[in-house]
Each structure stands twice: as C-alpha cells, then as structure tokens.
Design a protein around this ligand. Sequence first.
Ligand code: AMP
Ligand code: GLY
Length: 414
Amino acid sequence: MKVLVIGGGGREHAICAALKKSKKVDKIYCASGNAGIASIAECVSIGDTDIEALAAFAKSRTIDLTVVGPEASLAAGIVDRFEDEGLKIFGASRRATQIESSKEFAKNLMRKYDIPTAKYAIFADYNEAIAYLERHQAPIVIKYDGLAAGKGVVVAMTDNEARNALKDMLLDHKYGDAKVIMEEFMQGPEFSFMCFVGGENVYPMALAQDHKRAFDNDQGPNTGGMGAYSPLPFITYEDRAFALEGIMKKTAKALVAEGCPFYGVLYGGLMKTAGGIKVIEFNARFGDPETEVVLPLLKSDIFEVFNDVIDGRTPVLEWDTRAAIGFVLASKGYPESYDKGIEIKGLDSLQGVEVYHMGTKSDGNRLLTNGGRVLFVTALADTLSDARKHAITQISKIECKNLFYRRDIGYQAV
Ligand code: AMP
Ligand code: GLY
C-alpha cells in the first residue's frame, strides 16, 4: 500500500514512523516533510493547502490512503476534495473541522448539547463587550475567533488587561474583523485527550499533557508546545471515563446530529476543574507535540486503524503500558525571533530514544535548524522519572549551539 502524509513537522514524523511499522505499507510519501522524515518517506514539495496539486499527486501515484496532519489543510477542505475524487483520506471534512476553526461554532455546539465548558458570550461590538465585562469582571478570558498567530487568547487577571484586549481585538482590529468570545476563567490542570473518531464511534488514545510556556516552571511566552508526557497520574479512572462518555462521545454524536459527522482525530483540550472536567478547546487533528509521545505507545498497526475508522469497523488498539515523555529542542529566541541554518551534530550517537524532526533541513551531509521548534526527543520507560532521566542524558549528546529545551517536562507527575 502507498500512503501520503500531509504536513512537515514532528507530528507528521511520528505519523510516518508509525506507518513505517505497518506490514501493509510499502511506500510513504510526505508533502512536504522535513530532513528527518526524508529518512523514512519520499518528501514531495507541495504545500499543505495546495489541495489541487495534492489531489493530482495522489491520483498520479495511485495513493491508497492519505493522512492529514495540519489543521490548515482540513480547514481548506482537503478531505471534501479528495472524497469527491474518490481518494481515500483520513481527516475531518471542512464542516466538521469548524469544531477547531471556529470557536463560535464549538461553543454553540457545546451549549446546545450540554457538553461542559466555560460559560461564555460572543461579541462583535466593543461597547457591548465592555458592558459584559462590567457585569462579570476579571479574571476573565478573551479569545479572538480567528487566526492571531498564537496571540488570540488573553487570560486577563485584571479588568484593565481585559479592556486592553477588547480594544485591540474589537476597536483596533489588530488581528482582523472576527468576533470575540468572553469566557469564565477556569482553573486546574490541563490535559489532551485524542480519540480516533468515525461518526458516532469514538476510540480513545492514551492521555497526554502538553507544556505551553517556553521556559521551566511555566514561565515565559506561550509556544506551540515545549514537551509532553503520558500517562497522567492526576487523571483518575473516573475522570477519564467522564471525559470519554460525557465529552468526547457526546461531541461526536452532536456533530452527527448537526449533519457534519466527524472522521479523523478529535482532540479535546480539557481541564480538571473543581467543578469537574471541562472543555477548553477542541482540535480536529492530532496534537503536536502530544502525537510524538502517544503514537510511540501504540502497538497496533496504525494503517489498519486509519482504514478501520474510515470504513466503520472497530479498530484494534493495543497500548504499551510504559510511560512516555518527550522534549522539544527549540531555537534560542523562539517563540519570538530566532536564527535558522545552524548546524546540528551528534544525532547518530543517541540511544534508546525516538528523535522526531520538527523543523530541520539538510544541506549536503549537514543537518541544519530550520524553524522555531527543531527536534523532539521521546523516551519510554517503566516510570516517567526513568524515561525523563534517560531522555535528558541522550539530549545532552546533541551538539548545536542554538538550541534550548525545558528540563521540567512532566513536573506535575514526576
Ligand atoms: P485555547 O487557544 O482556547 O486553547 O487557549 C489557550 C490557553 O489559554 C489554554 O491552554 C489555557 O491555558 C488558557 N485558557 C483558555 N481558556 C481558558 C479559560 N476559560 N480559563 C482559564 N484558562 C483558559
Ligand atoms: N498541542 C496543542 C496543539 O496541537 O494544538
């Protein structure tokens, strides 16, 4: 079988690595891939939203299955287009992807179907938003319902911060003309619950926790994620059962009822609050970097899983019971400005870890940094603490003068 993976980061490297283990997969293509992915897949330079070119490529190579990584491809309608062409694809349709691409859609769905989430109101008008703020007061969360380069969520601890955020978003249109969601401030540990979903059928993966802030002790600016681990000792059996039944399955059913059944990976960004487990956000795809710790724990054939989910069969999902932990090695300066093109050496000497490339490129025999997040190193062991020690020992063998990483990944569990 021939598989095409869309995307070119650590998540896609982990998906390609899992597919590589399948006995049924002979050939993997990745559009556009990266220097690490190139060691297991043939990389083709087609952008992840160039849907016409991707469909033409899939046809010309008689691809048996396409797997989509990035949200941008889903939101651009790649799945709808491929299905129109009779091409098999694992991912959510454009309408189902609204659960991630439109916060208004997601919040209204949760309200309609009684799925627990922060109380909220939606505003296009600045004065109405200010009036709401006067009634509810800080701490309050303000979210821009559109693309805002990661700056669209302001957790305002004071009314003043909230006013400034509302002014930026609704008066000065700093990010564009979209609406704003004002939300009740919630507190508690956050976790990621990814499930394979085929219509009403929901098949859970191992739980993971991401670390958003750039520096140790959750200091510094928000990033795309600096590390992840699994399992999560602070999530009880009952918590997980509720998250599965009362959130993930309920949401899958709600999407079917709304006429946009979800096929693909539904990602619940959840919080364990004093009032129970609640939804912070949904994503319509595999999380990054959660995928880089969760897929190494999957013992079953992922190619079969993708096909079973699409075709309505129950997939076999067998999980390694060990702990997994992974560290992002990021360019100094990330998530703000940073240099690219700095040489990385020593990767060959790492032992007993998986190394996923997030942003690299090759230059002849040299490997160079090519992004904010550059590498992801995952270790598995019987305990999280052993996995963490092993990963850090191996990371210390990587020679590159422009990388940093958070050493405290998993601190809520170790
Ligand atoms: P989002 O983009 O919606 O995932 O929000 C980004 C981050 O903001 C989350 O990971 C939380 O840490 C924080 N956040 C979002 N919504 C809330 C909320 N209602 N209460 C507290 N923190 C929140
Ligand atoms: N790790 C968060 C995300 O994938 O959006």
